[in-house]
Design a protein around this ligand. Structure first.
Ligand SMILES: [Zn+2]
Length: 189
C-alpha cells in the first residue's frame, strides 16, 4: 500500500501526540513498585531506578540522603511521631546505587537513635536498643513501613536481624506484614 506524503506526515503527527499523552499520563500516575525486592537473585532494573523520584535532605551527620519521595514523606512523619514519644531518630542511609541491595530500591532506610546527646549508628549499639526499637517498630505500619530484615528470618531474607533497616511498602502491605509476622518475601510470594 502506497502512503502519500500527506498521510505520512499525519501519521507521524499522531504518533507524536500519542507519545506526548503517554508521557503526561505516566508522569501523573507515578507509582513505583513499592513491593519490589532487591537481592542477589533480583537486581533492580535500570528502568526502575531511573523512574524513581527522590526527596533529598541532609542527615544528622551532614550527609545528603536521597529517599523515594513518598517514602521520604512517610519517614518524616514517623520521625515526628517518635519525637512525641521521646525517641529521637535520624537517617544514616537511604538510596544507595546498588541494584542488589534493598537500599537500591530507594525505599529502604537505615535509622540511627540519639541517646545521651550521642548518635548511635553502629550495629552493636543499635542492637542493644531493644526498648526503643520496640516503640519504633510498633509505629511502623501506621506510616507504611516494615522491618525489612526481622529477627529469625535470615533463611528467608538472607540477612540477619537489622532493627534499624526499615522499608517503605505502603500502609496496606505494612499492616498485613506486621499482623501476620511475615517478611516482604513471604508477602509477595
Ligand atoms: Zn540498611
Amino acid at each position: 500500500m502506497a502512503i502519500s506524503k500527506k498521510k505520512l506526515v499525519l501519521l507521524i503527527a499522531m504518533v507524536v501526540v500519542v507519545f506526548l499523552v503517554f508521557v503526561v499520563i505516566s508522569d501523573n500516575t507515578y507509582t513505583p513498585d513499592y513491593l519490589i525486592i532487591a537481592d542477589d537473585d533480583h537486581p533492580v532494573s535500570a528502568e526502575y531506578a531511573s523512574a524513581l523520584e527522590f526527596a533529598t535532605a541532609s542527615n544528622y551527620a551532614g550527609t545528603m540522603v536521597n529517599i523515594e519521595k513518598r517514602a521520604f514523606k512517610a519517614c518524616y512523619a514517623l520521625v515526628k511521631a517518635l519525637e512525641k514519644q521521646g525517641i529521637v531518630v535520624n537517617v544514616s542511609d537511604g538510596f544507595l546505587d546498588d541494584p542488589k541491595d534493598d537500599h537500591g530500591t530507594g525505599l529502604g532506610i537505615d535509622l540511627v537513635i540519639s541517646k545521651d546527646e550521642k548518635w548511635l549508628d553502629e550495629p552493636d549499639e543499635l542492637l542493644a536498643e531493644t526498648e526503643a526499637f520496640e516503640t519504633i517498630h510498633a509505629l511502623l505500619p501506621e506510616y507504611g513501613f516494615i522491618v525489612r530484615y526481622p529477627e529469625g528470618a535470615e533463611s528467608v531474607t538472607g540477612h540477619g536481624y537489622e532493627p534499624w533497616h526499615i522499608r517503605y511498602v505502603g500502609k496496606e502491605a505494612a499492616r498485613e506484614i506486621a499482623d501476620r509476622g511475615i517478611t516482604l518475601e513471604e508477602y509477595v510470594r
